[in-house]
Design a protein around this ligand. Sequence first.
Ligand code: A2P
Length: 279
Amino acid sequence: QTAVSDGLPSRRSTHPDAQTVTQVRHWTDRLFSFRVTRPASLRFRAGEFVMLGLMGAPDARTGKAKPLLRAYSIASPPWDDELEFYSIKVPDGPLTSRLQHIVPGDGIILRPKPVGTLVHDALLPGKRLWLFATGTGIAPFASLLRDPQTFEDYDEVILTHTCRDRGELAYSAELLRSIPENALLLELLGAENLAKLRYYPTTTREESSVMGRITDLMRAGKLFTDLGVPPLSPEHDRAMVCGNLAFNLEIKAQLEGYGLREGANSTPGHYVLEKAFLD
Ligand code: A2P
């Protein structure tokens, strides 16, 4: 059974929801991804999140430790044997200040109860799917972009990813590069379907091919002229949004301005939105 650190270097405890870290990759000094074993009972839809974390420090009075959990979007596709996550490292963040130090073989806690609104079921049928991400908000889309339904349901799939600098775009850039290089994935998604996928990376604090916040680029119309597509319409366009709170609120107002209405699992709509995790 996998042991999970309980906050004291010398003590490790087994936990019913423990999973084992299999791989860790540090992308920048602020971002890392990791893979863990997948609980046999876990079934999820691309775009969903689970609660994940470590044991907290033992309570001074009772001596008992409680798990410290946060919502993490699953970045790997539903057919993968393992689970992948993509995380920010916050130096004084209660969880990520510790989680950033995990290495293969370590235990983490993962509650096998996936939930979330960034799922195909929450969107009405449409022609063009927009995936708008900032920072670690790319994670649910990394799962969705490797799910065949994403390409079966739409004629065109556009991923936008806005980060501070080019280094922070590496995760999405490598994802996009790796899809056509993976023969099994290519077969699963359909090589012809990959022609539907377009990638629009932007940076805000370092020079790159497109500079600026996606919200400003959309307002200015540059997003649409660059891609050669018309502005969004409730008739054809569907959107999924995942990023920091200010971004989510701003783009939500813009999408509503185009006449798109928010959907949920119970009442599908034109767009869905979820906050990226920030410790
Ligand atoms: P900016 O550099 O102008 O703040 P973070 O790493 O802080 O979560 O930010 C990720 C990206 O999201 C950054 O490029 C940041 O741009 C951008 N961003 C922050 N707030 C907004 C917003 N309200 N609308 C659009 N993009 C935003």
